[in-house]
Design a protein around this ligand. Sequence first.
Ligand SMILES: [Zn+2]
Length: 89
Amino acid sequence: MCDCLKKIGDKLQSMLMEKVPDNAEVSKGFDTGWDNTCYSLSSGGMMVMMKYRLAYRAKKKNGEPAKNLTRLENNLKMTYCPICGEKQD
Ligand SMILES: [Zn+2]
């Protein structure tokens, strides 16, 4: 399995770090890094996912629309690396 996401991610982070003030603390959580990726337990690498979202407003028992949207989503794993085209397992 290729390591494109790691290599390109490291380059992008280096470029972005040039804009980060010296005294700033970079977040290590989900705020830093790729969106739409997941860790594959079988291969030990990162895999790219596309997320499809659907939101709907249900009706309450009295027929009025609910105040909040109900959200559903489903992920689709990409078969090939979007950077080099290598097949992902
Ligand atoms: Zn790749």
